[in-house]
Each structure stands twice: as C-alpha cells, then as structure tokens.
Design a protein. Sequence first.
Lengths: 160, 675
Amino acid sequence: MRPARKRRLYLVLLILIGAAAFVSLAMWGLGEYKMFFFKPSEVARGETPPGRAFKIGGLVKEGSVRRNGKTVEFTITDTLADVVIRYTGSLPDLFREGQGIVADGRLNADGVFEATNVLAKHDENYMPPEVAEALKESGAMPPHEIVRPKPGEPRPLGAR
Amino acid sequence: MITQLGHFSLVLALGIALLQAVLPLAGAQTGNRQWMGVARPAAQVQFVLLAIAFASLVWAFVNDDFSLLYVASNSNTAMPTIYKVSAVWGAHEGSLLLWAFILAIWSLAVTIFSRSLPLVYVARVLGIMGLISVGFLLFMLLTSNPFEAIFPAPFEGRELNPLLQDPGLAIHPPMLYMGYVGFSVAFAFAIAALLGGRLDAAWARWSRPWTTAAWIFLTIGIVLGSWWAYYELGWGGWWFWDPVENASFMPWLIGTALIHSLAVTEKRDTFKAWTVLLAIFAFSLSLLGTFLVRSGVLTSVHAFATDPERGLFILVFLGVVIGGSLGLYAWRGKQIRSSGSFALLSREMLMLLNNMILVGLAAGTLLGTLYPLVMDALTGEKISVGKPWFDFIFMVVSPFLILLTGLGPLVRWKRHDRAELLRSLRVPAVVTVLSFIVAAAVFYAGDSPAFKVALGLALAIWIVATLMDNLLGKFANRRMSLAGLAGLGGGYWGMWLAHFGLAAFITGVTVVSAFAQQDDVTVRPGDSVTLAGYSFRFEGVTETRGPNYTAQRGSVFVYRDGKLIAELEPEKRVYSNAGMPMTEAAIDSNLARDLYVSLGEPLEDGSWLMRVYYKPLQSWLWWAGGLMALGGILAAADRRYRRILRREERQRENAQALLEELLDEAGAARVGGSN
C-alpha cells in the first residue's frame, strides 16, 4: 500500500475504534447511572429495584409534614398509595402541602424513602410532568392542578 | 397606538425578509447584480423595522400596557423598571422577538463589515439569513405573537417569575441569544460557499471572526447563566446538567470544534467538508436549543400535545433547516476538494482528534438530554439521566481533550519530527507528572478523592506548562521584549488566554468539587456554626420590604480567628403578586473561596434552618470563563483579517478598473472603427 493510503486507513481505523469505544462507554454508563421514576402505588406494589436509587413523585399529603429539627418527614401520594419520605435539610421554596414534588433517593428497610434531594419546580402552577401523569392515571388529578392558568387570565391584585 | 405600530412593523419585517431572501438568492444564481444589490438595503430596512417592533414591546412593558396579552402575563405595575424591561424576553413570545431582532443585528453587522467581500457572496449570505428570519417571523406571527391583544385589558398584570427578577438574568438571555444567533452567520457563510461552489481558504478566513464572535457571546452567556444559578437557586450548585443548560452547552462544544476546524481550513486548505458540516451542526443545535427550551418540549414530550400548532411548526422548521442544509451538503459536497496533506504527527492530526472528542462530547450531551424523552415515547418507561451520567462521561473523555490542548500548539502544521517533539515536551511532562505525584501525596488523607484531585490539578498544570514552553520557544533565538510579545499577534494570544482560561477552569472545578463543605443547621439568634475554620454567627431576622416583595432578612456575622470578616444578609422573600417564596443567598467571595449562606425555613420554636457553604476557588470558574471569552476577543480582533481583506479589496478594485479600462478601449476602438 502507498504510504498515503496506509495513513488514511490508520486514520479511519483510529476514528472507528474511538467512536466504538465512546458509544459503548456511553451506553454502559446509561445502564449504570440512569434513574427510574416510580409512582407511590408502584412502590407499594414492590416494583422498585432493590437497593437502587430512584425517583419518586406525587402530591404532598395535606397535614402530613412533620419537622423534627433538621429532619423532615412527609407523605406523598398518587391517591392509590402513600409513601413516607424522609429528608434532612431545607425544603425547596415551593414545597407546600397539596403540591406535586419529585424526590430522589432510596427506600430503606422500613419502607421509608430516604431522599437525598427534593424538587418542587420553581413555578407555583407547574407540576412535574411525571407527577401529572401519575395522577392522571390514577384518575385523581385535582382539576386546578392540571390546568396551568391561561396566560390570558391575569389574576386581580392581591390574589394568590 | 405604539404597540400597533410595533405589530405593523413586525408584519412589514416579514415582507422585507421575504424580499431579502428571494431576490438576492435568485440574483446570485442568475448573475443579476441588481437583484443581488437588494440584499444590503433589505437587511438594513429589516433591522429598522424589527428595532421598532422590539422598542414598542419594551415601551409596552415599561408603561404597563396590559392590553397586550404578553405584557399582562409577564409584568405588573409594582415591578422595578429594569425587570419590566428584562421581562420582555422573560417568556416564549418575547424571546422569539429578541431572537429575530438579534438576527437583524447580526445581518446589519454583515452589511457593514462585508464591503470588501464579492457581492454575489454577500447576497447569498444575507439571503440565507433572510430565509431564517422568514421562518422566525412566520412562527411568531402565526403561533406566538407578542402583540396579541386582550380585551378587556386587565387593571393589573401577573408577575414575571421572581426567579427571573435578577440582574444576572436580565442580561443572560440576550448574551446567550447573541451567541446562538451568531452561529447563523457562520451557517450562512458555509451554505453560501456551498451554493457558490467556492469553498476555499478565503471562505474560511471570512467566517472565522464571525464564528469567534458568536462563540464569545455564547461563552459569556453560559457563564452568566451558571453564575445566576449558583447564587439565585440557593443550592450552591453551578451546573445541574439540566436540559436547559445542555441546550446551550451543545452549540458551545460544536462551536469550539468549529473554531479549531476553521483554523485548519484557512491555514492548510483541508477539513473543508468537515468544517461545513460543523457550521451546519452548530446552528442546528442553536435552533434546537432555542425552540426546545422555550416550548417546554425538553421537560416532557407531552408539552407537544398541549400546543400542537407550535410543536408542528418547530418540527417543520427544524426539518427544513437541517434537512435542507444537509441535502445541499450531500449534493454539493462531492465537489469539495481538500488539497492539504498531513502526517500522522502534525497539528492537523491533533486538531482532528480534538474535533472528534468535542463532537463526541456534544453527541453524548445530546444523548443524555434526549434519551429519557425517546424512552418515554417508545416504551413509556420513565427514567432520568442526570448529573452522575454526565459527570462520568466528561470525567472519562475530557482528560484526552486536555492532553491535546497542551500538545496542539507545540506541534507544527503538516509534519512534526517525533524526536523534536519529545525533546520539547521534556520539561512540561516532568512538571506535570511531578505535580500529579505531589498532589496525590498531599491530598491523600483518608476519604478525600485524591486521585481525581491530583489528575485535575496535573492536567491544568500540563496546559500551563505547555503554554509557557510554547511562549518561551518563540524567543529561543531572540531576546524577549514587549514589542516581540505584542508581535506574536492577536490570534496567538487569543489561543494562549483561552487555553489558560481552560486550565484555570479545570483547577477551579477540581478544587471546588473535591473540597467544598456544607452544613445544614438549625439556629436561634446568637447561635454559631463553624465550617472550614469560619465561624458563622446568626444574629436574627428582621422584616423588610422591597418594591414588590416582603422579605425576612437574616443577619449573619462571619468570624475567622475571632476577627469579623464579613456580614452576610441572606433573605427569604415572598413576592406579593405571585405569592411565591424565594431564597436569596448571601455570598462573600474572594479569589480563594466563597462563603455562602442561605436561609431555609422558620421552625415552630422560633429558630431557622440555615445552610452554609464553604466553596474554595469557586470564583475561578467565572473569571476562567471570562479569560476564554477575552481570548476569543483577541483572536477575532486580529489585525491580520482586516489587512488581508483590504488587500483583496484593492485587488478587486484594480481588476474592476482594468476591466473598465479595457471596455472603454474596446468601445473607443469600435467608435473609432465606425468613423
């Protein structure tokens, strides 16, 4: 082979090997690091992978928030089942009872979800799509929670 | 009245954009110089019209004209004027108008700085930018008109999301958009060159400063966004691998690859096909970013269903731009000939690898961003791909990129002698390995992630060492002087500063991710918490009022060795109209560390939850980004571009004069002959 062609062959081989290595790395990483999302009723049915971190989403049950110093416990629900969530630290600004949240963490031996992170999106009418979906499927979506107020309906002064 | 004028200008701008697109492109194909000549004035008129439209929307916001639906939805009378202005681009419709206006600004810039380019080429570039403008203006007028009226007009508007009421976020979107839209110039240059079949070094030289300019804005925009997230979200994080962030990061990665590949195309007349492809990708990803972020598709595929009209338009528009340009590429690409050949050990080769890795990282980011959507659409499986995955990919791949960053500038174009390279690498390599060993030894203490820290620091030192080696090498045979340093040129110093910025960035990221400390505490007035040798004393909370919010303002005194070094005032605000609570962190920042305090919630017994962070070298991330942008500015301002352009212009003028002379003579000869 002429040196120029040989060089091009090396080049193509190198690129192919690099690309193959990168793709397998990325796919392996996806399998390893992706997080599943579950609804409380799926957790209750025991469908979650044992020992793995996952995300859970639902509505914070009214009157369920109990704070004990830094640690806070609350219940989330998709109306079919409840899961107790324990978290240490400050809750996000928009965390409120009756509001949809997503948490990630692990289930401990007592069936309590130890959250490392609690997310309530930064828009008071926003519901994480997974939560909305979960609620819609269980048929329990409170209507005012599904519908983002149309931007055409500004609220009067002072209204919450 | 004024808003109607704005609306009217917007409609008129669409007409002018059509003119700007069709006539010059048709003229360039048929050689009609008059039609080509329409391009410049049309772009300038379009700029004026969009400026009027934009200004009238700003006017509507500042004067609380709630007869516009968009104003009523995003502003109210209590908001400070600066946030009324920034609310113009606070939501979907207005940010589209900003996008179109910025496109007009870039087009205007092209009409001004392209005097020395051949008319047929300018006509094509502006024609393509006109086409893009047509797409955006149509999208706006058909589905997302910011001038849509509401009747009866409400007395009071809603409020801009309080998170967005922040100086950092007031300027972040315009910067980001200047970057996104700036890539449309590089895109238009590439497509124009494809259309004309003229892909040469001159094309690369013309588009280099434009591409770099877009990249500078994008860099600044991303840094501002990250800085805002850091101090405004109250979590102390500066990058969350959130789809919105990824959408701005992908064009940045491709843009970085494009800058390097354009350099190769200009200097060595090779990589042409690849450079064109990168220009297409950079702009396509910018479009994807703009649309997907604002339309909400990235958070959920279901967003498409709630607004099918917009979703469909976006899909069609993206399909036309990406499909059209790739189709043209496939059709004309066969004619692209690269002449430069290079050895395995050459700067071209290293640039090729650099491009492969950058594109790989961008592809990885795209994969991680879209994978959950695709899985949801295909299988209904709900998953998320977050920080751990992205961290993993970037941690494994970027060290190779950083090794190349150091190596590239040391290696000559075309061919480099292996023995010579090894000789010149001796010092940087030894310094790097030594610093790795020292860092690993120093930081190996129990559970600290010594390996990652040592690797990160050593890689940063590798970049700096090779940069110094490179700089000193320039003065191997002569004395170093100020004039000599300046004589190296803007391009060289741009590279130097940008790479140095990368080194500083790596240092900052390494140190802050390994050594940041945080503590969540409950405090009563008078309580102290100690973190990393700093003592934070909580003095209590007072209530204050802002223009459109009430706040609980905490007071925290920070002591070090018994000396007061900072007073921090973190706030918990409630915005009156939206009723939305907001955490305002307080930060004491210097070159060595940030001290960061945010208030959590009040507890029933009168104490407060408080979060304190100690973040070493956090500010390095921001000034490192600034250095990269500064490097870009130096490179784009390199006198070389203007010098060559002037020469080309002179040549063309001479040729023109010669031609006219010949024609005159021929005419005179004919006249003479008939006599």
